[in-house]
Design a protein around this ligand. Sequence first.
Ligand code: UDP
Length: 238
Amino acid sequence: MEKEQYLGVSVSPYTYEQILMDLKKRIAEGKQSTVIAVNPEKVITAGRDPVVKELINNSTYQIADGIGMILASKLKGGRVKERVTGVDMMGRLLQFAAEEGHSVFFYGAKEDVVRTAKEKLEAQIPGLKIAGYSNGYVKDQEALVSQIRESGAALLFVALGSPRQELWIKDNMAKLPNVKVFQGVGGSFDVYSGNVKRAPAFYRKFGLEWLYRLAKEPKRIKRQMALPKFLLKVFVQK
Ligand code: UDP
């Protein structure tokens, strides 16, 4: 399926299931794949920073993380109909890994956060094998890369915030040939550890997660201004 472009940034019109199906094929072919979440904030950053734009556009899947991308697609008569969030994509990938017998590795967030996320997810997902983890503040990168390589993990989740995590993935992919799937997951370990609460189902259903987060954390308004700015730009662009 063809990707859509918003202000020069690609978005995949795939659902969770379509991505998993495609990934299964790519893994069987021995290919490496990257998943990156796209939201209005990242598109605006990409407009200023060509490195970020390239990072996004060179990924295998650019998932439409956030209501802003759905609205943009609607404005332009596109096919991106439902959100594919980073945190839920990670959940689906973990389930997939457990079913297919692949092990996974977690890199990022604070030590107690990543450890708790690992313990909780292992308890929740039968058969899930988390072969190793590291907090996101370790200094010795060579040791880290060896640790990931020796863990035998086929899927790697990196939570360092954006675009740091995506840059890290780009710089280290070639050193990790046995890792077939890389996803930058931002604050997802914080969510799975229970440290950060997700918006209640009502807000999620109606695409109002941003409103819930804004009420909890009013200083997010600065980041959230990216959404109207983004939509306006998409609207005026031919
Ligand atoms: N983080 C990290 N190392 C760093 C900076 C950040 O591991 O040097 C972690 C931080 O602890 C948090 C995550 O990266 O768990 C950042 O999440 P945030 O919600 O800021 O990411 P976003 O999805 O908003 O880009």
